[in-house]
Design a protein around this ligand. Sequence first.
Ligand SMILES: Nc1nc2c(ncn2[C@@H]2O[C@H](COP(=O)(O)OP(=O)(O)OP(=O)(O)O)[C@@H](O)[C@H]2O)c(=O)[nH]1
Ligand SMILES: Nc1nc2c(ncn2[C@@H]2O[C@H](COP(=O)(O)OP(=O)(O)OP(=O)(O)O)[C@@H](O)[C@H]2O)c(=O)[nH]1
Length: 461
Amino acid sequence: MKPIVAIVGRPNVGKSTLFNRITRSRDAIVDDLPGVTRDRNFGDARWNDKAFTLVDTGGFAEGDVDAFAPHIRLQVEQAIEHADAVVLVLDGKGGSSPFDTDLIQTLRTVEKPVFYVVNKIDGEGQEKALFDFYGLGVDRLFPVSAEHGYGVAGFLDELTDGFPDAPAEDELPDEIRIAVIGKPNAGKSSLINAILGEERLVVSDVAGTTRDAIDTAFTRDGKNYVLVDTAGIRRKGKVSQRLEKFSIIKALRSLERCHVALIIIDAEEGISDQDARVAGYAYDRGCGAIFLLNKWDLVDNRDGKALKRMTENLRMTAKFLSFAPVLTVSAKTGQRVPKIFPVVDQVFAQYAVRITTGQLNKVMEKALERTPPSLHKGKRLKFYYATQVSTRPPTFVSFVNFPDAVHFSYQRYLVNQIRETFKLDKTPLRLLLKQRTGKNPDFLNKKRTPVRRKRRRREKR
Ligand SMILES: Nc1nc2c(ncn2[C@@H]2O[C@H](COP(=O)(O)OP(=O)(O)OP(=O)(O)O)[C@@H](O)[C@H]2O)c(=O)[nH]1
Ligand SMILES: Nc1nc2c(ncn2[C@@H]2O[C@H](COP(=O)(O)OP(=O)(O)OP(=O)(O)O)[C@@H](O)[C@H]2O)c(=O)[nH]1
C-alpha cells in the first residue's frame, strides 16, 4: 500500500495550498477565510517515482483556534495515528503560536517521521522569518512557499526518501489489443478477414509475446490496434490445427493478452450454453467485452424486434457481462463491421480509467451517507479510506471493519455508485473489501468526528 502522509497545522497556515501543490489538484478549496478546508481531503501524489497518499486536515472555524480545543486535537491525533508520516505546517508570516508549541509537544511522542515545514517563505530573503521557529526546539525546519513552490522540491526529496518505489505507472499503450473469441463456426475468421480486408488498414503480422502466438497489427483512423492470436484463426486447413484452435486453452491465452474481447455469437442459431461459457471466460479474465451478434444477414427480423429479443436472452444467459455492449454485424457482407471500432475505443477508455483517491472517496462518502450499510450483529459496519489499486480493469479497495459482513447487494450498490458517477457503464470493475489494518484513516464515518458533532449541536440550539 502507498504510504499515507498527513498534513497538520493550525488554520490558515497554507495546508491546502501545500496539498494542492503536491497533488497538483484542485481537490482542496483554497480561500482567504480560515477554515475553508472542509473535513479531510485525500489526494494522490508522486515524487521521484514514489507514490503516496496525502491527507489534508483542517476545516476549523476561526473561533476554534485555541491550542487546547479538544476537537482539533482529536482530529489531528487521529490523522497522526493513521499516517505513516506527518507534516506540520507552520506560518512563516504569522509566526509561531501556542497552538504550534502544543502540537510539537504531541508530535515529539510520535514514533514516525515528522517534518516541520515553515510556509509562506516566498523567497530566500525571507528565511530570517525562521528564527522565530528555532525557539521551538525542532532540529530541522524546511522553509517553503506553498504558493510559489520555493523549497517544496527539496522537502519532497526528504519526505519520500524512505518510501518504497511505486510500481511503474501503466503507461497508456499505443495500441488496443483485441481478442476474437466464440464457439466453432460462429464466424471468427470471417470477422477477422472482414476487419483486415478494409482498404484503409495497414496490416502487418507481428510476433506475439509467446513463441507461437501471431498477432496482427493494424492502423485504423490513425489509431493502432492488434488482433491477438490470429494465426490459428486465419490459417485454415489442417485438421490438427482446427482441433487445436478450438481448445479452451487457446481462447484463454488470447484473453490473457487482450484489452477488449469480441465475443462472436452465431445469431442465426441463437444464444447457446456454449456462448455463455465463452462469455464466462472473458468475465473471469476481467477484460473489456463486446458481444457481436454475427450472421445478422440471416436473422429473421421482419417484426424489427430481433435485436431486442436476442439482447434480452443474452442478458439472461450471461448476466455477469451486463456491461458488455451488444452489436449486430455480418462478417460475411461486412455490414456494420466498421461500427465495432468506436465501441472498442469507448470500452477501452473506461477499462483503462484512473480515478483519483480524492474523487473516489467523495463518491464513497456520499453513497454511504445516502444509504448506510445495515448493522452487523448489532455493530455498525464502518467503511474507511478507499483507493484505486490498479486499472485494466479498474480495481478499487475499500477498507472495512468487517469485510465479510458486507452484503453482496450493498457491495453492488457501491459499485453502481462508482459506475454512475464516473460513467463507467461499459467496463468490468472490481471493488475489493479488505479488513482495516489500523493504518487507514477513519474518515468515512465523519458523523462521528467531533467537528460534525459540534456542528450538529449548534444546529439543535
Ligand atoms: N504568501 C504566501 N501565502 C500563502 C502561501 N501558502 C498559502 N498562502 C495563503 O494562506 C492562506 C491560507 O491558505 P490555505 O491553504 O487555505 O490554509 P489552510 O491551512 O489549508 O487553512 P484551513 O483550511 O483554515 O485549515 C491563503 O490566503 C493562501 O493564499 C505561501 O506560500 N505564501
Ligand atoms: N451468412 C453469413 N455467414 C457467415 C457470416 N459469418 C460467417 N459466416 C459463415 O459461417 C461459417 C463459419 O465461419 P468462420 O469464419 O469460419 O467461423 P469460425 O468461428 O472462424 O469457425 P471455426 O474456425 O470453426 O472456429 C462460414 O461458412 C462463413 O462463411 C455472416 O455474417 N453471415
